[in-house]
Design a protein around this ligand. Structure first.
Ligand SMILES: [Zn+2]
Length: 382
């Protein structure tokens, strides 16, 4: 007689596989899965869409009229992009704020502004740090001319949780920024990474579950590429951490993996089209206006990534005048698109979008502009 599995038995087996998955993930040392919220999960028959917001630079020149006006422009750009694409998830890809322009300890206020539009729409997100997020305040030299130091508004009466804190001109640490984001936002999937990787903080992995909830459809790794208060680098320790995590969670490289950090690694310089030249195949993109401003050194992460067939693409920001993807040793190296109105450059603003499907797995990407157009379609899964 052929055994027939009852719907109840099927439910039990799904529950058991979920439990097994959870136990596996929890048993991986240093892999911290947030258990205070439901896991990210695909919806049957639908693609899962991720929007990358890079280099928003909130809080730039906060003491002028220009700075706050740029933040309003960034608010509008984010709203428009979220409205056009309706992503399921957002990645804040570093340089969320321009901390070197933020004179008092209210960096978290500007950070909160940057995430507020996404939060308002109920979209979950995660963030990584760029080189500007924890920079020390840089005194503008013109403040020492005859005109003197402008009213820095210290403390800012309009900021509820800066209270009466004195001006410290010290910046806000990565740990503090992350702690505040996580504590104030149920929709934040960011994690303060393992202490052994400090001063790098945004080091963690998130999984996107398949629609039936039985297995991960995608693993998303976030790495802190440094800058600001320490060198622009992905350390040997971070590379080894990634290697250990990926081998434990995904030993057979069966689950596709994507990687997010802020500052391009030196490998980006190797594959970059010549600055100001036309972006030719196999690279795909629309602006190529500057040289790659890469990390200071390479301590092994690229070899580890290239050795894993499951790693499909790396996504970075930092260079506002570049938005291409180029192949590199079996994976893709992609720039996002400058999204914020702070930061250098006047190229039109936009966001790189990533779209994931299951059964079969595909990973596609394009750039959505603030004016509604899209371009630079590329398939990253082939
Ligand atoms: Zn940057």
């Amino acid at each position: 007689m052929q055994a027939k599995i009852s719907p109840k038995m099927r439910d039990i087996s799904v529950l058991l596989s979920l439990l097994f998955l959870l136990l596996t993930l929890l048993s991986v040392s240093g892999c911290r899965v947030r258990d205070d919220k439901s896991p990210l999960r695909m919806v049957s028959g639908s693609a899962f869409k991720i929007a990358l917001f890079a280099d928003l630079h909130y809080g730039e020149n906060a003491w002028t009229d220009w700075g706050p006006a740029q933040d309003l422009n960034s608010d509008a750009a984010i709203s428009t992009l979220l409205h056009s694409e309706k992503p399921d998830f957002v990645v804040y890809l570093g340089d969320v704020i321009t901390a070197n322009n933020i004179a008092i300890q209210n960096a978290t206020f500007h950070w909160d502004k940057a995430i507020s539009r996404t939060r308002k729409r109920g979209i979950p997100w995660a963030s990584v740090f760029g080189n500007h997020d924890d920079m020390y305040f840089e005194w503008p030299s013109e403040w020492f001319s005859a005109t003197g130091i402008p009213q820095v508004n210290c403390p800012l009466s309009t900021i509820s949780y800066s209270g009466s804190e004195p001006c410290t001109f010290r910046g806000t640490t990565r740990v503090e920024l992350m702690k505040t984001e996580i504590a104030n936002n149920n929709l934040s999937y960011s994690i303060n990474g393992p202490k052994e990787l400090w001063p790098g903080v945004s080091n963690y992995v998130l999984e996107l579950l398949s629609s039936d909830g039985t297995k991960p459809a995608l693993l998303m790794y976030f790495l802190d590429s440094g800058g600001g208060t320490y060198p622009e680098i992905i350390s040997y320790a971070q590379a080894q951490w990634f290697k250990k995590q990926s081998q434990l969670i995904n030993p057979n490289s069966k689950i596709p993996e994507v990687i997010f950090w802020h500052i391009p690694s030196t490998a980006y310089s190797q594959v970059a089209p010549k600055p100001n030249s036309v972006i030719a195949k196999p690279c795909v993109g629309s602006i190529n206006k500057e040289s790659v401003a890469s990390q200071e050194a390479e301590w092994g992460i690229m070899d580890i990534l290239a050795a894993r067939p499951s790693v499909k693409a790396v996504f970075v920001g930092h260079n506002h005048g570049l938005d291409w993807c180029c192949p590199y040793r079996g994976l893709w190296l992609c720039f996002a698109r400058h999204t914020g109105y702070g930061g250098y450059g006047s190229w039109p603003r936009g966001a790189r979008i990533i779209e994931v499907t299951e059964n079969p797995f595909t990973l596609k990407s394009w750039i959505r502009m603030e004016n509604g157009s899209t371009h630079s379609d590329v398939t990253l899964s082939s």
